[in-house]
Design a protein around this ligand. Sequence first.
Ligand code: ADP
Ligand code: ZN
Ligand code: ZN
Length: 689
Amino acid sequence: MADSHASDRSCRWVRVVLDVPLPGPFDYRHDGPIEAGTRVIVPFGRRKLVGVVVDNPAEPAFDPAQIKAVEAVLQDLPPLSPDWLRLARFAADYYQRPLGEVILPALPGPLRKVSAYQGKRSAGGPVARQSRRRRAQAGQDAAAGEPPALNAPQQAAVDALLGCQGFGAWLLHGVTGSGKTEVYLRAAEGVLGRGLQVLMLVPEINLTPQFEAALRARLRHVAGEDGLAVLHSGLADGERLASWTRAASGQARIVLGTRLAVFAPLQSPGLIVVDEEHDPSYKQQDGLRYSARDLAVWRARDQGVPVVLGSATPSLETWHHAQRGHYRLLSLPDRARASSLPAVRLIDTRRLYMENGMSPQLLEGIGERLARGEQSLVFLNRRGYSPALHCPSCGWVSKCPRCTAFSVLHRGPHGKHRLQCHHCGHQARVPHACPDCGDQDLRPMGRGTQRIEETLAQAFPAARIARIDADSTRRKGSAQALFAQVHAGEIDILVGTQMVAKGHDFARLSLVGVLNADAMLFSQDFRAPERLFAQLMQVSGRAGRHDLPGEVLIQTGYPEQFVYQALMRHDYQGFARHALQEREATGMPPYAYQALLSAEARELSVALDFLQDAREAGLAGAAPPEGITLYDPVPLRIVRVADIERAQLLAESGSRPALQAFLRGWVRRLPELAGSRVRWQLEVDPLEI
Ligand code: ADP
Ligand code: ZN
Ligand code: ZN
């Protein structure tokens, strides 16, 4: 497999990108050109690394005498295609990352590990090994069922997508339960029928296995038995590699995946779908901090195919694009099955006696549903037993020793409590007495899902209660098992965090109760109201989706707030108008473009000094940047996590090209300013500030 060393004069230069924290690319010699997109093994320092060829330059960028030879050209897979490389280049450029740190992390693990190609057991590399193994067929498929006849707005949406020649971007704005999935299925069916591939992005696959099952069952006749490939971060290396190679070869007709699937290699794309396009999980939060939704739109334009972004509560960025005509709007204004949207009621908690966080109205509502054999959902975006433990006599509160955050009280498997930090994972025993004053009467402060579950069990001893949050679903497959129980009608009351809000179509769920929504109301983050509205709309949308009328009870101390008023009227458009006016008045996205420079260090002053230096360097460049605002560095609200202090600096501009041009120059100067005491990250279009 290894090519012989090229020592003759006729050798050529190849430019290779590597996943190393040094500015690349790197030049090597080889006895002939190597096609761009080919993976190679090259020496780097004392190591050997897998890299990807991006160019065959006429002259090397370094002294030819120092240039080493390519060790091996990997030919177990065809080279990465030119369009895939264009996508990677765009992402590197836009998100200000070295190309190697975009390309290599996007590949499945085995394709970028030297060990997979060397040594006794490697025999031909991971691709060859894998194709010898018989692939296990994915579990039993759901029965196909008779597809429903499309209603008029659904039909119009499908017609628009299938009538598209070349690139087109659509926003599919459909209320919860309006049948957006059905639109994706029919559009996909049409595109597959033309022999083209479909890329479908979803926020979460594990939480919505019905979606995958529906795709398999409904599209088997056009996609073939083995026509679906799934890509998400929970897959084992081998599975991810298998999906990747099937997508690249075109054997997989449909590629269904989470954000990382936007980098799936496609042979003949014909449609890109981004479901729940507003979902924050489309934003990668470390490494290359990309937005899979935004890259999906770029990719569709680059490849000349239609892209559809679907949501009941589009992000304000997307809604703004639709308002300006950049995206075409498709609306599904009514529910497909149920006769109406659920009735949303606000419960003013200011003058109520609450039973452990739950109002009499909510408890009564749950009781009625129980009596009728219907299901209820209690939504609380806070896991654990209670957010903190405290001492009423002296005011002591449990805090993480390593973070500026409370230590959360959790009930363990045998009813034993412990304290746990949600930021660094630090665990501690519950003290027998107050560490400050010695009082033994320590109390839980506030409520999490475990405590609500306990209260419900006391109030309704005969009810079958399930809790779905990150704690109750740690074991692989346990979330699916719990959701299956709900679907099967084996659960009466479901308690959960945002995990329960996503995409489920529960037939017998008729009541949704929302606790503690106000916590998000007064957040510092300017996107908090948008996120709260989307989250509550989504969780409300779980109620009354089939024949039963749905009811939503939102407990709040601020019923007059615009977010709640708009929710009560199911008025996304009114909410969006109001929120966009506010954004425009305050010069916030989508009326401005932002980038966030964050810094981490052992001491806060070190992080802040670096940011201050970066700010001055940015302002004092050869030509001070026009139209760019660099704000003062500020510590994060939770300033210390795992004994690391954190701060950030916001860069902003009314012009995206101006911001991009500024960042390109700025980012080059940062490594030197940071030295070795600061870790920094630059995030373009940050979601959380
Ligand atoms: P959304 O994704 O918009 O929230 P779903 O796609 O889950 O909504 O659809 C909600 C329910 O309506 C599902 O049970 C689905 O099978 C059903 N449905 C969708 N389209 C139709 C239709 N045209 N006629 C009857 N039922 C439909
Ligand atoms: Zn005390
Ligand atoms: Zn901590």
